[in-house]
Design a protein around this ligand. Structure first.
Ligand code: PMP
Length: 450
């Protein structure tokens, strides 16, 4: 109780509610996919601190690399030459296709997206930016402008969350597909392809073209898109949708930015970056979260041409690319490769999706199972006919029950109706079975009481 009193009094008490606020969990230790609370109870972490602890809590290889650097050099700044920065940039660049080779290191995803916005405007000379409905690109005043409408918005400046003149004129008319009835745009359900997100592609591409013809400004600076929406609830796009959006954006002078904060570093399994699943090459990639396995870090990677347009002033970031962050991030990249984590994401993720789809066919309240690799969303509905979002109290009841049985997951979606499964990429098939049993039991318990 004392800990909760402190939290309520001092720690961001009104704008971020503690998850499991009915019976909070006091976490104090982690190892790989496991977390322990102060009473020694163990939890399977199926959320990874929001898709962040990509290779596992206190992974021995990452811990060793961190310890080594900790004893050598914590901080200087990037006006100097120091090995960890240069080793890391060279390594990261090798994971990206040409011409994406110029790297700017930041401390978070919001910072990376702020910088990307600035660079896009300088490069194109245009101002307007477009994003998807249901998107999340950050909580800083600028990145908040890119983030879709919803609870993250503040009631100022038309809800964009920013009053300064650099606030983007963001247009959010594109895809925001979701299966529940209240989705702000036409839902996938209307084309009855509950399992295959590709079947209605032509219909949606037509809609996309119409949107561009009628409502998108003729000159745009950039388009930001997550290859699979994260906070939005693992929302995927119809086949070729992103490819077509890139084409339309480029026709209007804009650059295409892939926000890989959640989908990068092998999480989607089939590819190292989410954009590779869409057959596109962006002009800029932003990343954070999994890049440092929990160490605060982010990055923007772009082309030499865009970097040259940016070279109209000096860009400086005290902590961006500090020796500690670079050493950690470098060992994260090595660990993903050495431990075969991307392949594991695909293997365990595919199994989870298959088994969750079976539960969807059994239970009336599981409306949709979607995602790729270990970026999974389970959308909950009142029933399969009306498809209203399952109300918050019901979501919370299931969520708390899952936690009581020893598994932590996340929640998201525009109405908080989607459970989010994004564990560290080291989880095993046994862990997947444990999670599935718990998830099944929690839904069963809820249905029994309903
Ligand atoms: N982009 C995406 C896709 C995200 O999910 C997030 C964080 N949830 C951000 C950007 C912002 O990252 P950060 O919280 O590190 O600023």
């Amino acid at each position: 109780e004392h800990m909760m009193d402190i939290r309520r009094q001092y720690c961001n008490p009104m704008t971020m509610k503690v998850t499991y606020y009915k019976k909070p969990v006091f976490l104090h230790q982690g190892y790989m996919q496991w977390l322990w609370d102060v009473d020694g109870k163990r939890y399977l972490d199926m959320f990874a601190g929001v898709a962040t602890v990509s290779v596992g809590h206190c992974h021995p290889k990452v811990t060793a690399a961190t310890e080594q650097q900790l004893k050598k050099l914590w901080h200087t700044t990037n006006i100097y030459v120091y090995p960890p920065l240069h080793e890391y940039c060279e390594k990261l660049a090798s994971y990206l296709p040409d011409p994406l080779k110029v790297i700017y290191l930041t401390n978070s995803g919001s910072e990376a997206n702020d910088l990307a916005m600035l660079m896009a405007r300088l490069h194109t000379g245009n101002f307007d930016i477009i994003t998807f409905r249901g998107s999340y690109h950050g909580g800083s005043p600028q990145a908040l402008g890119l983030t879709s409408d919803g609870a993250y918005k503040y009631p100022i400046a038309n809800g964009l969350g920013c009053t300064n003149t650099m606030c983007p004129d963001v247009f959010r008319g594109l895809w925001g597909g979701s299966h529940c009835r209240d989705s702000p745009v036409q839902t996938i359900r209307e084309c009855s392809c509950a399992q295959d997100h590709c079947m209605a592609n032509e219909q949606y591409i037509k809609q996309l073209k119409e949107t561009f013809a009628t409502s998108v400004p003729t000159r745009i600076a950039a388009f930001f898109g997550e290859p699979i929406q994260g906070v939005g609830g693992a929302v995927q796009y119809p086949k070729n949708y992103l490819k077509e959006a890139y084409k339309l954006v480029r026709e209007r002078g804009g650059i295409c930015i892939s926000d890989e904060v959640q989908t990068g570093f092998g999480r989607t399994g089939s590819h190292f970056w989410g954009f590779q699943g869409h057959d596109v090459i962006p002009d800029m990639v932003t990343m954070a979260k999994g890049i440092g396995n929990g160490f605060p870090m982010g990055a923007v990677v772009t082309t030499p041409e865009i970097a040259a347009s940016f070279a109209k002033g000096i860009h400086f970031n005290t902590f961006g690319g500090n020796p500690m962050a670079c050493a950690v991030a470098s060992s994260v990249l090595d660990t993903i490769k050495e431990d075969g984590m991307q392949q594991n994401s695909l293997h365990v993720g595919t199994y989870l999706m298959t088994e969750l789809a079976k539960l969807r066919d059994i239970y009336e309240i599981i409306g949709d199972v979607r995602g790729k690799g270990l970026q999974i969303g389970v959308e909950m509905v009142t029933d399969k006919v009306n498809r209203d979002p399952l109300p918050p109290e019901a979501m919370s009841a299931i969520f708390e029950d899952i936690k009581d049985m020893g598994v932590l997951i996340g929640k998201g979606g525009l109405f908080g109706q989607t459970f989010r499964i994004k564990p560290p990429m080291c989880i095993t098939m046994e862990d997947a079975d444990f999670f599935l049993a718990v998830f099944n039991k929690s839904i069963y318990n809820y249905m029994e009481k309903r």
